[in-house]
Design a protein around this ligand. Structure first.
Ligand code: CUA
Length: 395
């Protein structure tokens, strides 16, 4: 290889290396949030912004330290490398071992730096704690295998006003205090656009607050390994304007939709009362399917005949008011991508619900033999059709 070619190769390597770094940085993303719903770098609420305000200076300080230390390492490796002409014991550089000022210096300097960073850390932790004290609306967040339950107390009287699942609906610009716990194993609640992670630990209650600047949907994911379907345990926060939130809340406080007598959905309701209410609550009915004289959700609802480890399954009173089901995994409505002439976007996704009833374990790993997750009830096709007709009414 000629000298010129060798130089060209070195240059190409540099260009290639720079390109790789550029691509890597582009992957980290500076502007575009679409397709990266779990980025921690685009805060959309007060708490997430407080964290971002800490991350930025820490990252800059860490970056400067990285460049200085790595720069010194590279410089020393090149400057003091062993050359062909070097002989052991002849003209060796001055050895620094035992040089007290230097050793004190590189011990104390990082200690001071870390102490300064700790000040910012502790301040942010305190600020996030303060938010929780000031928040008025409180929601119990309960991790279950493998979905999230949300119980709202609007007026602070410690009574549960409504129970929903997988989609936490909040009014925009307001601090929402959550009290996070678990009914089975350890999960972790994480809506990166709105706040950091908080574990859901059995036997403990962890306070955490959320707020969103603008209406929108903010995705989340359970981030503590919690069994088979941990990866299928998602959730989302839907932030609504004050007026839209009131509409949503008023609808949630209503009783469930009653199907037309004699219709397919009415037959589905009967099947639901017999086979599903042992685990799933519809407000206004007990776990044997008998009608009650109240529409109040029952926080102590427990499946009598299907003793799930977590004790219960999602409250389905207003199922179709959500976007997705089963740990926020599957669309309740036909999405734009899945739309066709026969199934336009926005209509209930009967296919997803039907498949779920046919064999939930095919859509999401379940451990039915251990009473974890939705069991396969081996429902006949006509019952599945009737159940789907009933479920898609529950808006
Ligand atoms: Cu719940 Cu991982």
């Amino acid at each position: 290889m000629t000298m010129g070619r060798a130089m060209k190769n070195v240059k190409l390597r540099w260009v290639g290396g720079l390109l790789m770094v550029g691509l890597f940085l582009a992957g980290c993303g500076i502007s575009d949030d679409a397709g990266r719903p779990l980025t921690t770098l685009s805060p959309k609420g007060k708490q997430a912004r407080q964290i971002q305000d800490l991350v930025r200076p820490v990252f800059i300080v860490a970056g400067i330290v990285f460049v200085l230390v790595e720069g010194a390492v590279v410089f020393l490796i090149i400057r003091y490398r062993r050359r062909k002409s070097d002989e052991d014991g002849v003209d060796e550089p001055v050895q620094l071992h035992g040089n007290s000022p230097l050793e004190w210096g590189w011990t104390i300097a990082p200690a001071i730096l870390l102490a300064l960073l700790a000040v910012g850390n502790v301040q942010t932790i305190w600020a996030l704690e303060r938010d929780q004290v000031e928040a008025k609306t409180e929601v119990q967040v309960i991790g279950q295998q493998w979905w999230w339950e949300f119980r709202y107390d609007f007026d602070g009287d410690k009574k549960v006003d409504l129970i929903t699942a997988n989609q936490l609906v909040i009014p925009v610009g307001m601090d929402i205090r959550t009290r996070i716990r678990s009914n089975d194993v350890i999960h972790s609640f994480w809506i990166p656009a709105l706040n950091g992670k908080k574990d859901a630990v059995p036997g403990r209650i962890h306070s955490w607050s959320l707020s969103a600047d603008k209406p929108g949907i903010y995705e989340g994911q359970c981030t503590e390994f919690c069994g088979l379907s941990h990866g299928y345990m998602r959730m989302q926060v839907k932030a609504l304007s004050a007026a839209d939130f009131k509409v949503w809340k008023d609808n949630q406080l209503k009783g469930s939709v009653q199907p037309e007598p004699g219709s397919e959905a009415a037959a589905g309701q009967t099947i639901f009362q017999q086979k599903c209410m042992t685990c799933h609550q519809i407000n206004g009915y007990d776990d044997q399917g008998a009608a009650l004289d109240t529409n109040q959700p029952n926080p102590d609802y427990r499946g009598a005949r299907h003793p799930l480890v977590s004790g219960n399954a999602p409250n389905l009173t207003h199922l179709m008011s959500r976007e997705r089901f089963s740990g926020n995994m599957f669309d309740l409505y036909v999405s734009d991508e899945d739309a066709s002439a026969a199934r336009p976007a926005g209509v209930p996704n009967r296919g997803n619900l039907g498949n779920w009833l046919r064999n939930p374990g095919l859509m999401k790993p379940m451990a039915g033999d251990q009473n974890r997750g939705m069991p396969n009830l081996n429902l006949p096709e006509d019952e599945i059709r009737k159940l789907v007709a009933y479920l898609t009414l529950l808006n």
